[in-house]
Design a protein around this ligand. Structure first.
Ligand code: ADP
Ligand code: ZN
Ligand code: ZN
Length: 731
């Protein structure tokens, strides 16, 4: 009899055997979906290896119920990529397939191939053409056109005004026959002229194009507005001309429309978007079209790295440093890293672009593994902004804003320009404090305080979403002297409205921007100049270009200096540089001010005086000294339980069974267990165990041996646990 190995979408790191009726055996290539009995259910599984002949097994293998694909739903290249991903991220393969397949495919539906309707003249139609009176112009027009050659229905209707009715009659008479043909792309054509490249762009393009055929990684470093996207478009044009496809990744859904529009404006039809904001059906259609080769360019967020490609030619990762590329739950993959790996397996180039490359990519550039290309000036104005450190020690602060900062805002507004204030904290104030006794309203589920949101008249926890009414009196002493301490974006907005009553102040954060439409409208108002002063969080730091902005103030950079995560400074440097990248207009260099209590901090000094590349180089030297990534690899085992002791006990057992490698020169260090920085979150106590090793391969091997021991450990069932390979955050 024949047996086949199948993965099913369950959180188990194992696969299952089914017997195969001989009639099916031929069809069952890896990547094919099958329906199989699983317990009392039927699940959609994926064939992992072609069926093999066995002497009758001594246990009763159930037969597969149904084969769902004539062609494997996961083409060979994507199938292998999924296997690699499961292996590298140590994640159950069935869950990887489930994460990668669009909803309809996951549920066992079959996708129809996209088709176009074509029309041809029948024998009856030929006769009709001979006998139809001349005044039947519309019908004659249709028949005459088709007498020359069959045509796509859409082209016929586009070419002849009023052909719709005539065509309906011709079809009803049997003069014209309709038939379906696999959808085809219109011929490739440039829809807009290409701008002449600046000398710097031309040199960058030449350097990238000089890479040998096949796989190579380029790192394109250039501030916002330096013309990176134009380089993407030029490389794309070359790849499309060779009949190949381009996959473009962006870190956020909000950035995909503008990017997709740039590609569509240049290349016309055949540009599709792929992200979680699309409906399931639409996602499935784009997936299918990419796989059939009926789209040329796919612009998507991190999940798009797993879209099948009929003829891949290039992968582009825009804003490659962005943490959004890392999935923070379930399959914790980093799309940038998967993109580089996928390109290497495909033998095609991959281009990483950023104003602030990650230290990982920088290290690869320094070692010569990546081709490092820089754009130093902006296309439309050359002078970069000055970055100043504003020492706020002993200064009077009005809602967190110092007088020199407010004076700078006033100066830029008076010159008819826009100004921006950045603060990475939503709400009005992070704490509401009783002045009489020091009480603060805690979150009942987390080690955190509820944040005051004045606009929505409530207190909210930013970690678990708990909300409560704003207290009028102290929960402890009953006093009524409750004072908001610290500031969030709402408070800055209010302070600016009071100080600059004639200016239009708008806030940009996830509380304010509830819909994509609202966001587009607000950004349009910024571009038109209707908004004078912008206050916001991360939302403002990413991708959007504001031509009228000449000033940016960062209200509080000290947060990052005290951050417990080893990447906190890198993120701060990226953020400051990204915000600074928004500032300055033709002929008017911009100004950036950072409010800080630590103006002597060497990292801040370096960033302000010499800019991101020097700052990043120094950070990288520190990473090397402390053997932190990219000079070592990390993995984090997280556990959560109602009681802290339960989580810690599991991690201690995990530590005890970790396969030790004595005497090795690259040992795996096991650090912890320790409670997470914020231990209680959403009612659970969080703790973690950190693994660190100079050799990625060695760490990987040790974890592969370790996981089965963990899974079968009795303590593992008392906690929720997860393993994070290359964690982006250590909390
Ligand atoms: P980035 O992707 O680095 O932010 P873009 O490629 O979007 O930069 O370029 C910034 C602006 O400059 C865009 O409006 C773009 O159309 C324009 N631009 C880019 N390259 C050129 C060029 N060579 N000539 C004229 N305009 C250009
Ligand atoms: Zn009190
Ligand atoms: Zn909470």
């Amino acid at each position: 009899m024949k047996l086949v190995t199948v993965s099913v979408p369950v959180p188990l790191r194992r696969t299952f055997e089914y017997s195969v009726p001989t009639t099916f055996a031929e069809q069952l290539v890896p990547g094919t979906r099958v329906r199989v009995p699983f317990g009392r259910r039927q699940l959609i599984g994926v064939v992992l290896a072609a069926p093999r002949e066995v002497a009758a097994p001594d246990y009763a293998c159930k037969p597969i119920t149904e084969v769902l694909d004539a062609q494997p739903a996961l083409p060979p290249e994507l199938f292998e990529l999924c296997r690699w991903t499961a292996d590298y991220y140590q994640h159950p393969i069935g869950e990887v397939f489930a994460a990668v397949l669009p909803g309809p495919l996951r549920r066992g539906e079959v996708l129809a191939m996209a088709t176009d309707t074509w029309l041809r003249l029948s024998a009856a139609g030929q006769q009709a053409l001979a006998t139809l009176p001349a005044r039947a112009t519309a019908r004659r027009g249709v028949l005459e056109a088709l007498a020359i050659a069959p045509l796509p229905r859409a082209s016929l209707l586009a070419a002849q005004a009023g052909a719709g009715t005539a065509l309906r009659r011709a079809l009803a008479e049997g003069w014209v026959e309709a038939y379906e043909v696999a959808a085809q792309l219109p011929p490739l054509a440039l829809m807009e002229p290409e701008p002449t490249l600046s000398a710097e762009q031309a040199a960058a393009l030449a350097a990238l194009a000089a890479a040998p055929e096949g796989f190579s990684t380029g790192l394109l470093e250039g501030v916002t507005g330096s013309g990176k996207t134009e380089i993407y478009l030029r490389l794309t044009a070359q790849v499309l001309a060779a009949g190949r496809q381009v996959l473009v990744l962006a870190p956020e859904i909000g950035l995909t429309p503008q990017l997709a529009e740039r590609f569509a404006a240049r290349f016309g039809a055949g540009v599709a978007r792929f992200h979680s904001g699309l409906g399931e059906t639409e996602r499935a259609q784009v997936w299918q079209a990419a796989r059939d080769g009926t789209v040329r360019v796919i612009v998507g967020t991190r999940s798009a790295v797993f879209v099948p490609l009929a003829a891949p030619g290039l992968i582009i990762v825009d804003e490659e440093h962005d943490v959004s590329y890392k999935q923070q739950d379930g399959l914790r993959y980093a799309a940038r890293d998967v993109a580089v790996l996928r390109a290497s397996r495909l033998g095609v180039p991959v281009l990483l672009g950023s104003a602030t490359p990650s230290l990982e990519s920088r290290a690869n550039a320094e070692s010569g593994r990546y081709r490092h290309v820089q754009l130093r000036s902006r296309v439309q104005n050359s002078a970069p902004p000055t970055i100043g450190l504003l020492d706020v020690r002993q200064q009077a602060l009005e809602h967190g804003l110092s007088e020199p900062l407010l004076a700078a805002v006033a100066r830029h507004l008076a010159a008819g320009n826009q100004a921006l204030l950045f603060l990475n904290r939503r709400g009005y104030a992070p704490v509401l404090l009783c002045h009489d006794c020091g009480w603060m309203l805690p979150c009942p589920n987390c080690d955190a305080r509820l944040v005051l949101h004045r606009g929505r008249k409530r207190m909210a926890c930013h970690h678990c979403g708990q909300i409560a009414p704003v207290p009028k009196t102290c929960g402890d002493c009953g006093g009524s002297a409750l004072v908001p301490i610290g500031q969030g974006t709402e408070r800055i907005e209010e302070a600016l409205r009071l100080r600059f009553p004639e200016a239009r102040v708008e806030r940009f954060d996830s509380d304010r921007l509830r819909s994509a439409a609202q966001m587009q409208k607000l950004f349009a108002d910024v571009r038109s100049g209707a908004v004078n002063l912008l206050v916001g969080t991360q939302v403002l730091a990413k991708g959007h270009d504001f031509a009228g902005l000449t000033f940016a103030g960062l209200v509080d950079v000290d947060q990052a200096l005290y951050g417990s995560d080893f990447r906190a400074l890198e993120r701060m440097g990226q953020l400051v540089t990204q915000v600074a990248g928004r500032v300055g207009r033709a002929g008017q260099p911009g100004e950036v001010l950072l409010q800080t209590h630590q103006p002597e901090h060497p990292a801040l000094q370096l960033l302000a005086r010499e800019g991101y590349p020097a700052f990043a180089a120094a950070q990288l030297r520190e990473r090397r000294d402390f053997e932190l990534p990219p000079f070592s690899s990390l993995a984090l085992l997280r556990a959560e339980a109602r009681r802290e002791e339960t989580a810690l006990a599991f991690l201690r057992s995990a530590r005890a069974v970790f396969p030790a490698r004595d005497g090795s020169d690259t040992p795996v260090e096991v650090l912890g267990p320790a409670a997470a920085t914020m231990a209680r979150r959403a009612g659970y106590q969080h703790a973690q165990l950190l693994l660190k090793c100079r050799s990625r391969a060695k760490l990987h091997r040790a974890i592969s041996e370790w996981l089965p021991l963990l899974e079968s450990h009795a303590d593992a069932r008392r906690v929720r646990w997860s393993l994070d390979i290359d964690p982006a955050d250590l909390f």
